[in-house]
Design a protein around this ligand. Structure first.
Ligand code: SAM
Length: 304
């Protein structure tokens, strides 16, 4: 399929884990290994017009390095030591956009295996509190290992159904930011190995996923001190993306969408153009969707 061809050509993205090192140190380390660094990309084309032992830094996401497709870092020292995280560029958007302040109380509702959690911790400089939930015990234990390797210390993990977490619990009274990256169809994930199974997309499954996603979103908006929430999926289906967000806004008049990154090459489908989409063709990433909701001020008109 065309997605498979595009997938084989996606750049390899490497996020520098600033809890353990710096962008400069990683660049220097790689240069000493014979890589050549071509600076910060200025345009999308700069992300794929090179090959071999060459790399650039990304034009949108800070601390993100870009290598030619298929470059494998799984056995590399920097990966084993937790200095770099192998994470698609689109999946770096949620934490980067939520941008929690150092010292904030933050909640990651569906967190495992935790790449976005460790990204949040890095942005917070490990200061504050990061409540992270996941229903799947096995994925949560993988997450524990990953966070340990990444040097994350501000987290509180719980093997719990997010929908059963009490928003009025005293421990959550100061949660200002929520990252919600719930289970989805995964229809945005492009096949990189050529041995991937065809996605099964019957209507009933999508409908059940969308209903679950909307319940999670509505539940998240009940946390009393919430200011901003980022919702993301790795789905390309409107039903799991724009339609979930539109239904939620309809049911929660106290929240509005925040316009995201004007310079990003792909928008949410109209009228939800404040949101972002990502795809192999337009952003050189897996398929992805991101929305940010913000609580309205107490005196604000509900005009828009
Ligand atoms: N945010 C993660 C990351 O960046 O590594 C990926 C999350 S994955 C898309 C969705 C996760 O939601 C799965 O690990 C799944 O076990 C979890 N999940 C599904 N239903 C849940 C629920 N009701 N409460 C908490 N977690 C749930």
């Amino acid at each position: 399929s065309s997605q498979q061809i595009a997938g084989a050509q996606l750049p390899r993205y490497v996020r520098v884990n600033t809890l353990k090192t710096t962008l400069e140190d990683v660049i220097d380390y790689l240069k000493r290994e014979g890589f050549s660094y071509h600076g910060r990309a200025g345009r999308m084309e700069d992300l794929h017009n090179f090959s071999g032992k060459t790399f650039v830094s990304d034009l949108h996401i800070p601390d993100l390095l870009v290598f030619p497709p298929k470059k494998d870092f799984h056995t590399h020292f920097l990966y084993q030591a937790g200095h770099i995280i192998l994470q698609d560029k689109a999946s770096c958007l949620p934490a980067y956009l939520l941008n929690p302040r150092s010292g904030a109380q933050v909640l990651d509702a569906c967190a495992a295996p935790g790449n976005k959690t460790s990204h949040l911790a890095a942005i917070m400089h490990n200061k504050g509190k990061l409540f992270a939930f996941d229903l799947d015990a096995k994925r949560l234990s993988t997450m524990n290992t990953l966070l340990l390797r990444a040097g994350v210390t501000c987290q509180q993990l719980a093997n719990q159904d997010f929908l059963k977490v009490n928003p009025d619990g005293p421990e959550y009274s100061k949660v200002e930011n929520i990252l919600l990256d719930p289970s989805c169809s995964g229809s945005g994930m492009v096949c990189l190995q050529g041995s991937c199974s065809e996605p099964q997309e019957e209507a009933g499954r999508l409908q059940a996923l969308a209903a679950f996603q909307l319940r999670c979103l509505n539940h998240a908006l009940r946390f009393p001190s919430l200011q901003r929430l980022v919702y993301s999926t790795c789905s390309v289906h409107t039903q799991e993306n724009e339609e979930v967000v539109a239904a939620c806004l309809q049911q929660n008049k106290g929240y509005r969408l925040v316009p995201l990154l004007p310079e990003w090459p792909e928008r949410g489908l109209p009228p939800l153009t404040q949101c972002l989409r990502a795809s192999p063709a337009k952003t050189l990433t897996h398929g992805f969707f991101v929305a940010m909701l913000e609580r309205r001020g107490p005196r604000e008109q509900e005009a828009d």
